[in-house]
Design a protein around this ligand. Structure first.
Ligand code: PLP
Length: 385
């Protein structure tokens, strides 16, 4: 592709993986480059600009540049997991720095912040999701260096106003990092709304086939903070293997189709089950009854994503029984794959979770919505088959 790519839609950029050709044979698909090291010239230089795979493997180039284009950022970096990408940002803080995050967010990261992060001297405030006033009140002038946001937030799918958080970050002189795993760059572009860094668990929608563990960061600009993040990746070595990066690129080429279909399916399921017998609540930002719907409609375009939760009448036991009766939808952790998954999050997250005990989290895939609805209907009615 030429410089005209600026005019192309994200769907086209993704489908053609930026239109790159493998230079040696003109293949449409890149090769896999397992070499961990590269030859020096006699004068000590590296003619191809590569030294060692922990710095840069050729298989990172395309997924990084494609993601950078989709998020409209300055630079993207791949990591070995979403957690390692998130930690590379948080570990760019210095002991005594203060960060603010929402109360409901990806559980393992919240846990890390409350345990290891605290013991490393990172001061943390958790604020109620969807409450900008609480965010402003939590700011400690001169000390708050990072705002961390996840929207829609896993597993209740509350919505926060990214532009509102960005304004607070700017006023405070802090960086705003947004976990955009669930929305994906097709539905929300946090950098355009004022965020400084976007984070992805690429394990989820970016790859989309439940066969790669990977993470990614995209920055709006180069600055001291980003340079510390780069050092964390290079020195820490939390990078994917070349095959994982290759698989990730293959998955990214169909991102738009998968996200569109998952969003349509999730909306159909949310509408079908809202107010149904046996369902206490449907948590989905695409429903006009959702408290964050107005903000979601403003900052998400093209759909509200494939994640929703059903709260089941009768509490934890009833919710577990419904999950046990599902046959098509698989009981498994994770999200963002082509196949639909269900999980009782409170029992996974354990003591101290803010997740309601009657909540079943559904990662909606690309199957036919009618089949998924029939599976859930049957399970709610107490029938196994
Ligand atoms: N962020 C969100 C919203 C997630 O759901 C997850 C994993 O489930 C992560 C981050 C962590 O990603 P990974 O499992 O790739 O480390």
């Amino acid at each position: 592709m030429t410089d005209d790519t600026k005019k192309l839609s994200p769907d086209t950029l993704a489908a053609q993986a930026l239109g790159w050709l493998e230079p040696e044979h003109k293949g449409l698909i890149p090769g896999i480059f397992p070499s961990t090291t590269y030859e020096r010239e006699t004068d000590g230089s590296y003619a191809a600009g590569r030294v060692y795979t922990r710095d840069h493997n050729p298989n990172y180039d395309q997924p990084e540049q494609l993601l950078c284009r989709l998020e409209d950022g300055y630079q993207a970096l791949l990591f070995s997991s979403g957690m390692s990408a998130a930690l590379a940002v948080i570990q760019a803080l210095r002991p005594g720095d203060h960060m603010i995050a929402p109360e409901i967010m990806y559980w393992s990261l919240r846990n890390w912040l409350l345990t290891v992060g605290k013991s490393w001297g990172i001061e943390l405030s958790l604020v109620p999701n969807g409450d900008l006033a609480a965010l402003k009140a939590a700011v400690r002038p001169g000390k708050t260096k990072l705002l961390w946001l996840e929207t829609p937030a896993n597993p209740t799918w509350t919505i926060d106003d990214i532009a509102g958080w960005a304004a607070v970050a700017k006023e405070t002189g802090a960086h705003l990092a947004v976990d955009n795993t669930v929305a994906t760059p097709l539905l929300t572009q946090p950098l355009a709304l004022g965020a400084d860094i976007v984070m992805h668990s690429a394990t989820k929608y970016l790859n989309g086939h439940s066969d790669v563990l990977a993470g990614a960061l995209v920055t709006a600009r180069d600055d001291d903070f980003w340079q510390r993040v780069c050092v964390n990746r290079r020195a820490g070595g939390a990078i994917p293997g070349p095959f994982e990066a290759w698989l990730l690129l293959r998955g990214m080429r169909t991102l738009h189709l998968r996200v569109e279909r998952a969003s349509e399916n999730a909306l159909a399921i949310a509408r079908h089950f809202e107010g149904r017998n046996g369902v206490r609540a449907v948590l989905y930002p695409g429903l006009s009854s959702h408290p964050g719907h107005e903000i979601a409609a403003r900052q998400m375009s093209g759909g509200f994503g494939g994640m929703l939760s059903l709260c089941i009448e009768g509490g934890e036991e009833a919710a577990m029984a419904v999950a046990a009766r599902l046959t098509l939808i698989k009981r498994a952790t994770s999200l963002g794959g082509v196949e639909s998954l269900v999980e009782h999050r409170a029992s996974v997250e354990g003591a101290g979770t803010p997740c309601p005990p009657d909540l079943l989290r559904l990662s909606i895939g690309i199957e036919k919505a009618e089949d998924l609805i029939a599976d859930i209907d049957r399970a709610l009615q107490g029938r196994n088959r």
